[in-house]
Design a protein. Structure first.
Length: 92
């Protein structure tokens, strides 16, 4: 699970099999405890949503707070860059 705000949204597209696909970026900022100290954490994470989740994400606007549930995987076979594959989107 990852919480944050929608930073940018790509265009809704479709695979050759007709599955909806949407790539977007999530901006996360929080305060975490590490070694007994508080630490400010800020990052942007790439995300991809398929099928119904892609259609849901396509309706979001930049700046919308969301909670994403899913898993991390390599962006492609030839990349070690991670992206979050979204199984569930909740707006806060």
């Amino acid at each position: 699970m990852l919480c944050g705000r929608v930073a940018e949204i790509g265009a809704l597209r479709y695979s050759p099999a007709g599955v909806a696909i949407l790539e977007f970026r999530l901006s996360h900022a929080s305060e975490q405890a590490e070694a007994g100290l508080k630490r400010r954490v800020e990052c942007e994470v790439g995300a991809v949503a398929l099928a119904e989740q892609a259609r849901t994400a396509a309706r979001l606007k930049p700046g919308t707070p969301v909670r994403l549930t899913g898993f991390l995987a390599a962006k492609s076979r030839n990349s070690t860059q991670l992206v979050m594959h979204v199984n569930r989107i909740e707006t806060e």
